[in-house]
Design a protein. Sequence first.
Length: 106
Amino acid sequence: MYYTGVSEKWNDPEVFVTEYPGLDGEATDWILDQGVVNVCTDAISTDNPADITYPNHTRHGERLVVHTELIANMNKIPVHRFQFLMTPLRLVGGTGCPVRALALWE
């Protein structure tokens, strides 16, 4: 789970969809090496907006790593340990869907 701060730009659609930091190749390698199964971000994508080949989606997809994007209120989650839950819609044949994302902590 990584917070970019781009969610603060929600009211400026052009900035929101074009000016966010995507993960670079080194970060993608680290995520795959760690066995991460879900990458969450407040941004619209984990890929750099200028790279239309979507390398993170491709590489992570090959290893069945889920991307949970556009997560709201990530800045309110404490840095310490928490539990992340999401309830996706049951769609047949889709490659993505909205989810209800929850973060639980004591």
